[in-house]
Ligand binder design. Structure first.
Ligand SMILES: *[C@@H]1O[C@H](CO)[C@@H](O)[C@H](O)[C@H]1NC(C)=O
Ligand SMILES: *[C@@H]1O[C@H](CO)[C@@H](O)[C@H](O)[C@H]1NC(C)=O
Ligand SMILES: *[C@@H]1O[C@H](CO)[C@@H](O)[C@H](O)[C@H]1NC(C)=O
Ligand SMILES: *[C@@H]1O[C@H](CO)[C@@H](O)[C@H](O)[C@H]1NC(C)=O
Ligand SMILES: *[C@@H]1O[C@H](CO)[C@@H](O)[C@H](O)[C@H]1NC(C)=O
Ligand SMILES: *[C@@H]1O[C@H](CO)[C@@H](O)[C@H](O)[C@H]1NC(C)=O
Ligand SMILES: CC(=O)N[C@H]1CO[C@H](CO)[C@@H](O)[C@@H]1O
Length: 410
């Protein structure tokens, strides 16, 4: 027993890089706010800002449901509400989705959590704009959008097509909506969110565990796109954590076990292809592909969160190595470099076309690292032997449970 515990501790309670200092985080955040304009970028930004700035309101906290109606001084969700407000201000009244004519079914829904939180915490109780908009978005997903023969809600508005991206954009919103509703509506929406993850996995998973990017419809992308695998894993993670923190958690034990194994199968498969320097390639298992720090960041984020959820830290050394690579890929202006161009999926980004979603992934990764309490005691030491922190016998590698403290890397 004791030796089992020790081996657990030496895998899990290791350090761990120092992380980005607060001024680096501030510029990554500012660049995110300045660059995120498209539906999924806004939704992902809202999630990242919430996890960074108000983690107790995010689905990762056991106090997520219900959120407080009135936020106390310590909780400032201005950034998140601003995103919801800007989206609603730009929306025409007859559009069911939160963003008109987006082309994607899933992407506008990603802003839905911000809209629901804005509704829940609004000071003007007579304001029904958020609630109506969120309800219309849900109605569009469930009753209007095309579906595949299996019942999966299409990611595209004009034909039935599955994209791994959908899993981060829509099921977490559906689950969050349900969790605020309570009652039978809650049960049925949680079930739908789970089923959509399951149907997407059936439609996109390949032998070996990695997911294809796009299937069905008029064209396909059969590659194991790093970011696509990240979207799938991170979306299922959000649904899992939502389920786990609702009052219905005990009614969804099997669902949670399945989601856990579906997420783990992706990250386990992905890290088998991690390069020496910590990166994943844009097409995870194609050695001729280029390095992508953004997909790497998203999958490392999932890895830290899952380790915290399951208590199994076996994959943490991969995430540590990835974290260092991601940190080293942030330039002095706070832009994540060496990413995929998020609009082509298959070419590297350039200085002129950075990756707004990559900016958000950095904040997600940082928040997950922080919430796992992976803050090292000796900021000057770092992991000087460079082997990504899995040297549990190093006496300097002390884990300190200190929340929200950002330490300087060098
Ligand atoms: C969850 O939020 C509560 C406050 O609502 C806070 O005390 C607690 O530390 C948070 N837990 C985690 C694991 O972040
Ligand atoms: C809340 O956050 C916004 C945006 O980050 C900031 O401008 C504002 O000053 C903050 N408000 C308080 C009361 O701290
Ligand atoms: C909007 O917030 C109110 C509380 O102010 C809540 O009763 C209502 O259910 C919320 N609507 C949605 C769609 O979550
Ligand atoms: C979980 O997965 C197993 C194996 O695929 C399946 O038999 C079971 O029905 C799933 N559970 C739920 C709740 O969907
Ligand atoms: C990391 O390694 C990959 C090859 O595996 C290479 O393409 C990439 O440029 C390297 N990245 C950095 C930042 O050195
Ligand atoms: C993550 O794990 C740490 C260390 O065990 C724990 O203190 C913390 O509450 C966990 N955080 C979350 C978000 O579960
Ligand atoms: C794996 C698991 O069930 N994790 C947690 C789910 O949430 C409850 C309460 O919030 C925790 O006690 C569990 O450990």
């Amino acid at each position: 027993m004791a030796s089992k515990l020790l081996s657990f501790l030496s895998t899990y309670l290791v350090v761990v890089n120092a992380s980005l200092d607060s001024s680096a985080i501030a510029s990554v955040r500012q660049n995110l706010l300045n660059s995120a304009t498209l539906s999924w970028e806004l939704g992902t930004a809202a999630e990242a800002l919430l996890e960074l700035e108000c983690p107790t309101l995010s689905v990762f906290n056991q106090s997520a449901f219900p959120p407080p109606y009135q936020l106390n001084d310590g909780l400032n969700i201005t950034d998140v509400v601003n995103i919801a407000n800007n989206v609603l201000a730009a929306k025409t009244t007859d559009s069911l989705p939160l963003i008109d004519n987006d082309g994607a079914v899933g992407d506008p829904a990603s802003v839905g959590v911000a809209v629901l939180l804005a509704n829940w915490t609004k000071s003007d109780l007579t304001n029904t704009a958020y609630s109506t908009a969120a309800g219309n978005q849900l109605n569009y997903l469930l009753n209007v959008a095309p579906r595949t023969a299996s019942g999966a809600i299409s990611h595209r508005a004009d034909e039935a097509q599955l994209w791994a991206d959908f899993v981060y954009m829509a099921p977490p919103f559906i689950a969050y909506f349900g969790s605020l509703q309570g009652g039978d509506g809650e049960t049925s929406l949680l079930q739908i969110a789970y089923e959509q993850c399951s149907l997407y996995r059936d439609g996109l998973r390949d032998e070996g565990g990695l997911w294809r990017h796009v299937a069905q419809g008029s064209w396909q992308d059969n590659t194991h796109w790093a970011t696509g695998n990240g979207w799938a894993a991170a979306g299922m993670l959000r649904v899992l954590e939502t389920l786990n923190h609702t009052s219905q958690a005990q009614n969804f034990v099997d669902h949670r076990a399945n989601l856990t194994s579906w997420i783990e199968e992706i990250i386990l498969a992905a890290w088998q292809h991690q390069s020496e320097n910590g990166t994943l390639l844009n097409v995870i298992d194609d050695p001729s592909s280029f390095a992508d720090s953004a997909g790497t960041a998203l999958l490392a984020y999932v890895t830290y969160r899952m380790a915290n959820y399951t208590g199994n830290g076996a994959l943490i050394p991969y995430a540590n190595k990835a974290l260092r690579l991601v940190e080293d890929s942030i330039d002095s202006e706070g832009w994540l470099r060496n990413t995929v161009n998020p609009y082509t999926f298959n070419t590297p980004s350039t200085l002129e076309v950075p990756s707004p979603e990559g900016q958000a992934f950095v904040l997600l990764l940082h928040s997950a690292w922080r919430d796992a309490n992976m803050i090292e005691s000796n900021a000057g030491d770092g992991d000087s032997n460079g082997d990504s922190g899995n040297d549990g016998d190093n006496g300097d590698d002390t884990l300190i449970a200190q929340k929200c403290r950002l330490v300087r890397r060098r």
